[in-house]
Structures are given as C-alpha cells and as structure tokens.
Write a protein that binds this ligand. Structure first.
Ligand SMILES: Cc1cc2nc3c(=O)[nH]c(=O)nc-3n(C[C@H](O)[C@H](O)[C@H](O)COP(=O)(O)OP(=O)(O)OC[C@H]3O[C@@H](n4cnc5c(N)ncnc54)[C@H](O)[C@@H]3O)c2cc1C
Length: 487
C-alpha cells in the first residue's frame, strides 16, 4: 500500500483518487479552495444555484464507463435528464435554429435552412460516429506515452483527417453560414479554432447530435458530489483549505508536500492542478517544460462569466442558448491571433432553471453568461461591466424583452479569478487546446521525466479539455502509477 498525495480536487483528481484507492492505496486529496470541484465549483446566492464552470453534460457513455469501473452506474449518484431542445442558436433578432434531441429532428431543421443538407448531414454524422468509436472508445484511453499508440489499422485509414481541419471538411459539404456555425460549434470545447482543429475531431459532432445534451439534476456539481461520495466510500480522504506551496524532492524522488508550512510525507505525488503551476512548486532543475515552452502553446480560451439572478422568467431562450449573431471569425482572431478584448463577442447563455426548479426560487431565473476571451488579457472591473452592458443590450434586442431591470444580483468571474482561484496559466478556462501538434503524445506528460514518483493529470495533459477527458485523464494516470508501483 502506497501513500499517495493528490494536489487539487477537480474532476481529474477525483477520478484518479477513486482508481488509486480501489487499487489499495492510501489516498489523500489536498485542495487549496474552501470547496472541491475545481473549475466545476458551485456558487449559491439568495436561493439561486450556479455551476461556475461546465454546464454541458456530453458523452454520457464516458461517465457510465467511469462508474462501471467501480460496479456503479451514474444514477446511483445523480439523476440525468436528456434536454429537448438540446440548445438554441441565435443569428439575429427572431432568427434562430433549435437543435432538438434526435438526428431525425435535426435533419428536418437543417433541410429548412438549406435544401439537400440533411443528406449531407447524415453522411457527415456517419463519419463522426466512426471517429467517435475509434477515438472515445479506444484512442483517448491510451496514456500518450508513445506516438505508436496512435498507429492502428483504423487510424491509418483516417490519416487524411488528421491533416485536414473541421472547418475545411464542414465547408466542403455545407454552404449555409448558419449550418456551418452550428457544425463548427462542438469543437470549440476542444479549445482551438475549427480551422486549427483536425477533421478527425468530428467525433464531437457525434457527441452533440448523436448522443445529445444532458442535465444532471441540481447541476453539474451533483456529478462532483457523486464522485466525492464514491471516492470517500473507497477510502479517499479529502481535505480543503490546503494550499500546496512546494513539492519536496530528495535524491530525485518526490517525497512530500509543503502545505501551509507543514511537511506532509507521501510515497507518490499526483498533481491535478494546472501543469504550469505544478512545475512552479518544484525547484527549477526539476521542471520539464520552460516558460518558453508554455508561451508557445495554444491555450484554450479564458472566459468572462456572469452569474445572474433574475426577478422574472426569461422568455425566448432555452436551457442552453448561443448568440452567434456576430462574425465568429473576427472574434476568434481576437482570441487566438492578436489577443485583445473582442469588439463584438459571440456569447453563450445558460438558464438551468428552465429545466431544473431546484436552481432558482419560483418565478425567477438563474442565468449564466459566458464570453470566450484570450487568456492573459488585462482584467479590470470597468471592462467586465462594459461587456455586461454590451451583451445584455444585445440579449434584450435579440430575444425581444427587457431583462436588465430585473437583475437581482450579478457576480462576475474572469481571468484574474481563474489565476487566483485555480493557479491557472494566464487565466485559461479549460486548459491546453487539442490542435494537431497538441494531441496525445505531443501533450505534457502524465509522468515526470525528471522526478521519480511525480505524476500529473487534468486538462493540460492527455487527452485534453472537458469533463469527460478529465475523467479519462484520471484513469490513465492511475494506470501509470499502478504500473510504476508494480516495477
Ligand atoms: C467556464 C467553463 C466552462 C466549461 N464548460 C464545460 C462544459 O460545458 N462541459 C465540459 O465537459 N467541460 C467544460 N469545461 C471544462 C471542464 O470544466 C474542465 O476541463 C475540467 O473541469 C477540468 O478539470 P481538472 O481536474 O483538469 O482541473 P481543475 O478543475 O482546474 O482542478 C484543479 C484543482 O487544483 C486546485 N489547485 C491548484 N493549485 C493548487 C495548489 N497549489 N494547492 C492545492 N490545490 C491546488 C484548484 O483549486 C482546482 O481545484 C468548462 C470549463 C470552464 C472554466
């Protein structure tokens, strides 16, 4: 039995802790914040409940596979509802497309926009399903140790799709700009521009249209609570308000954490905190990646978020509503190519109380607004306010109603909060993007090459950003640790 200390309590750390405890280790999680969950924390105020980070529950099979490893099913821990509609996308005032809960219905919506597009969509989705089966059922469960992991008979047949992009593939088939935007939307979860994301990643389109969008009752945080519950049943100890200040190395081996000035010894250290931050907890000679390395990487965007309590029910929106009424290309240049505050940002709004009565008082609405931003921008209160005004004004116009005067409260969260709350590099919201050059074995390694008994997990490692990948990352690193334990 090894004593394993885990830094952070995000999805990846919680997942890893379950596997490591199941294997018979003595596992403790040390979380700097008052509450667990990392980027998936919860915020409650005046009877309203908000998920602070993830709101889209996609790839339910990945969650099922996780719980099955412990002889459980998700419904042992939380209740899921498939959303219909899954979401709505606005392109202007009274101009929107609703994405419903079956491919059949989505084909009908596509056909209305562009004659013949449903046939193309079915063909596109057949390939997306094929890619999903290769990627999510198999490839993402490989630990990124060697390039050979990606070399299989099936991937060789798909090689062209690694060198084409989602953007090119979608545009080859579809000409209607609205349909193009909708088909490019899912890969935004992977953190890069569709024009910089390999076409193979169309498995995200299968996750979207093929599997659908779910809502865990009481919000995504109920998944965190479920995993905490499972971890504790397996014997994991979870401690909060534990800021790790240093990772102690002796004779090339990680052997202790310094937390609030106290030395906590362990046989193995696993960090689920952001990779860059974790390496700053090491003396320089033990770091694997230089500042220059991180500087050159494509990070997923940061975000400006608002959690708003409204004193009325909001109309003309769905649980998930996207505002794609502006030029996405321009906004994405302002995120990736010449980082700056966007002139006309697209944004996303979520109203979980449309589906879930438990998250707002009766007759009121909980609203979450998200604007994707370049990481590292200057984040000051006046700018946040300016952007709130900007999007609320657009929101009122597009959805044909007054909402601003019904705001009971609004709380914002942005780059500075990502840095101070999670030690996030430049305030990124969801890690390192999945571009071709940042895929699989090309991502930061799960196992330190410089220090023995030191491991990493989470959205900056394999397989990448998002809750399902975080669960997989926890499983992968636990596998590597067990392999090491046996040697
Ligand atoms: C706004 C937003 C929206 C998102 N939307 C979605 C979505 O809809 N669907 C989806 O699937 N994914 C979404 N994601 C991505 C998803 O939330 C993340 O990929 C996932 O939660 C990351 O988990 P993690 O374990 O890698 O890291 P984290 O959740 O960041 O966990 C790291 C933990 O380490 C702790 N820590 C850091 N430094 C220290 C230290 N020195 N000592 C102790 N503890 C420390 C942090 O406090 C944190 O708890 C979203 C993310 C954000 C931010």
């Amino acid at each position: 039995m090894k004593k394993i200390a885990i830094i952070g309590s995000g999805f990846s750390s919680l997942a890893a802790s379950c596997y490591l405890a199941q294997a018979g280790n003595n596992v403790t999680i040390y979380e700097k914040n008052q509450t667990i969950g990392g980027r998936a924390r919860q915020f409650k105020k005046d009877g309203f409940t908000f998920d602070m980070g993830p709101t889209w529950y996609w790839m339910p099979d990945v969650f099922e596979r996780f719980f099955k490893d412990f002889g459980k099913v998700p419904s042992d821990f939380y209740e899921l509802e498939k959303l219909n509609p899954a979401y709505r996308v606005y392109f202007g005032t009274d101009d929107y497309i609703t994405i419903e809960d079956t491919l059949e219905k989505i084909c009908t919506a596509f056909e209305k926009e562009e004659a013949g597009s449903s046939v193309k969509l079915r063909k596109f989705m057949a390939q997306a399903l094929d890619n999903y089966n290769i990627a999510i059922k198999d490839l993402v469960y490989r630990p990124g140790v060697s390039p050979l992991e990606l070399v299989t008979v099936t991937t060789m047949k798909k090689i062209g799709q690694f060198f084409s992009t989602i953007s090119k593939d979608v545009r080859r088939e579809f000409t209607n700009p609205k349909l193009i935007s909708i088909l490019e939307f899912p890969v935004l979860f992977l953190g890069a521009k569709p024009s910089n994301t390999p076409a193979f990643y169309s498995f995200m389109n299968y996750a979207d249209f093929g599997l659908g969008t779910f809502h865990p009752k009481k919000g995504m945080y109920s998944v965190i609570e479920g995993m905490k519950n499972l971890a504790e049943k397996l014997g994991v100890k979870i401690m909060t308000n534990q800021n790790v200040e240093k990772i102690n190395i002796e004779n090339g081996k990680a052997n202790a954490l310094i937390i609030n000035g106290e030395k906590i010894e362990a046989d193995i250290i696993l960090s689920g905190a952001d990779y860059h931050h974790t390496e700053t907890l090491l003396d320089k000679k033990f770091r694997q990646y230089s500042e220059n390395y991180w500087e050159k990487k494509t990070f997923a965007p940061s975000s400006l978020l608002f959690y708003v309590g409204f004193d009325k029910k909001i109309e003309n929106v769905d649980h998930h509503t996207l505002f794609f009424d502006v030029d996405f290309e321009k906004h994405s240049q302002e995120i990736y190519d010449s980082p700056q505050w966007p002139n006309d940002p697209l944004f996303y709004a979520s109203f979980p109380s449309k589906t879930d009565k438990s998250v707002s008082p009766e007759g009121k609405e909980a609203g979450i607004f998200l604007i994707p931003l370049a990481p590292g921008l200057d984040d000051i209160p006046e700018i946040r306010e300016e952007y709130f005004e900007k999007i609320i004004e657009r929101f009122e116009k597009i959805t044909n109603q007054e909402v601003k005067k019904y705001v009971i409260f609004k709380e914002s969260f942005c780059i500075n909060d990502f840095m101070s709350d999670y030690n996030s590099y430049k305030g990124n919201a969801y890690g390192l993007a999945n571009t071709l050059m940042q895929t699989a074995f090309l991502r930061p390694k799960l196992k330190s090459g410089k220090v023995k008994n030191l491991f990493f997990t989470g959205q900056l490692t394999v397989p990448g950003p998002g809750v399902p990948p975080a669960l997989i990352s926890g499983k992968l690193v636990a596998g590597l640790i067990e392999k090491d334990n046996k040697n």
